[in-house]
Structures are given as structure tokens and as C-alpha cells.
Design a protein around this ligand. Structure first.
Ligand SMILES: CC(C)(COP(=O)(O)OP(=O)(O)OC[C@H]1O[C@@H](n2cnc3c(N)ncnc32)[C@H](O)[C@@H]1OP(=O)(O)O)[C@@H](O)C(=O)NCCC(=O)NCCS
Length: 193
């Protein structure tokens, strides 16, 4: 990739070029890109990310690329959430695998990725995720769900009191959505939330 003068070591910070954001469907990922995303997530989460990659079948990936280098990643998958005692369904973009390699953190790359996602979510009622760093998401407008969380499996309902979920309101989010209400999803292999 072509290098740019303002991006050199001599450039002043305010002149640095931002990474470009690329959106790509999971099925369209090349083997090389898949390997680079896996390596990035392994580095950021400090564990083998291969088992979690199974959750990303059908995902849309958001890549921040700077000078040909993958500097941050996020993805979302479609899931149904249900809220309130009436279990009203919400088409949810469930955000996963937000990660910046350790040596590139705290330069704003993760924020670029997380803020790129909501404008892309036409056709969804809400976005949600399970945060390990709630403050990072709160700065970008995500809100902690305060009410009880559940999942459904084989017709039975299970409570998940130890989980945290954050949501992001989209234009299609019901105006009366109450963060104290019940929130439910369906069981899935790996992380339920
Ligand atoms: C969470 C994570 C994705 C953040 O990525 P990042 O690229 O470091 O994110 P940013 O640089 O945009 O923001 C991180 C912090 O750096 C600060 N920051 C941003 N630019 C900065 C700069 N130029 N100088 C110093 N600090 C800066 C931000 O204010 C932010 O502070 P916060 O902790 O108050 O939110 C990254 O830490 C990570 O990969 N963690 C491990 C995996 C993980 O836990 N992922 C989240 C799963 S829910």
C-alpha cells in the first residue's frame, strides 16, 4: 500500500491519517484475512479465539486498516432479543469480537470501529453486546441493561444473573424501552450473551 507523507514518523499527531473502515461479510473473507482477524483477536483477548470464531458465521465484519495493517476489528451477527413481560421481539445486531492488538491500543482505533457500526444497522431494532470493558462502550453511547437477563433453551427459561449486557438505541428502538425490564435471548453454543 502506498505510504503517505503525513503518516510518517515525522508527522505531527494531528496530521496522522485515520485508518480506513472496511465492511465485509463473513462468507467473503479470504483465508488470509480470516487468519489476520484470528491473530488480532488472539493477541487482544490473550487466548485462542478459534472457538469463538464459530459464533461469527453469518457475521458482518468491520475492519480498521491503516497502511495495510489490520489495527482493529469488530463484527455483528443477527439475533432476536425479547424484552419486557410480554417478550416483545427485537431484531438485534449483536456485536462481537471488538479487538485492537495490545501494542496498538489507546490510539482511538477501537472507538473508530465501534462508532462505525450503528449507522450501518438499517433493518435492526437495537444493537447489543456483552462488555468486558463497559466504560469503553459507554463513551460511545452504549447503555448497561439494568433488568434481569434470561435465555431460552428447549422451551425452558434460564436466568443469567452473572452476565452484563449493553444496548445501543437505533432509530427503530421502541421509545418506551425500559432498561430495568426483562431481556431474553435464545441459547447458543459458546457464549450465550
Ligand atoms: C476494548 C478495546 C477494543 C479498546 O480498543 P482501543 O483501540 O484501545 O480503543 P480506543 O483507543 O478507541 O479507546 C480506548 C481508550 O483509550 C483512550 N484513548 C483513545 N485514543 C487515545 C490516545 N491517542 N492516547 C491515549 N489514550 C487514548 C480512550 O479514551 C479510551 O479510554 P477509556 O478506557 O476511557 O475508554 C481493546 O482494549 C481490546 O482489544 N481489549 C481486549 C479485548 C476486549 O476486551 N474487547 C472488548 C470485548 S467486550
Amino acid at each position: 500500500m502506498k505510504s503517505v507523507a503525513t503518516d510518517s514518523a515525522t508527522a505531527r499527531p494531528h496530521m496522522m491519517l485515520k485508518p480506513a473502515i472496511h465492511i465485509i461479510e463473513h462468507a467473503a473473507l479470504s483465508a488470509d484475512l480470516k487468519a489476520r482477524i484470528l491473530a488480532l483477536c488472539r493477541d487482544a483477548y490473550e487466548e485462542d479465539f478459534t472457538p469463538y470464531f464459530a459464533l461469527l458465521q453469518g457475521a458482518t465484519h468491520v475492519l480498521a486498516i491503516k497502511d495495510g495493517q489490520l489495527v482493529s476489528h469488530g463484527a455483528w451477527v443477527r439475533r432476536e432479543l425479547r424484552y419486557g413481560s410480554r417478550r416483545r421481539p427485537l431484531s438485534c445486531a449483536y456485536v462481537e469480537a471488538v479487538a485492537t492488538p495490545v501494542h496498538l491500543q489507546r490510539q482511538g482505533f477501537g472507538t473508530l470501529v465501534i462508532q462505525a457500526i450503528p449507522p450501518l444497522l438499517q433493518g435492526y431494532d437495537i444493537a447489543a453486546l456483552s462488555p468486558s470493558e463497559p466504560g469503553f462502550y459507554a463513551r460511545s453511547g452504549w447503555e448497561m441493561w439494568r433488568g434481569p437477563l434470561f435465555f431460552m433453551k428447549d422451551g425452558q427459561r434460564f436466568s443469567t444473573p452473572d452476565e452484563d449486557v449493553m444496548i445501543y438505541r437505533l432509530p427503530g428502538t421502541p421509545a418506551d424501552l425500559d432498561l430495568q425490564d426483562e431481556l431474553e435471548t435464545d441459547w447458543r453454543q459458546g457464549d450465550v450473551w
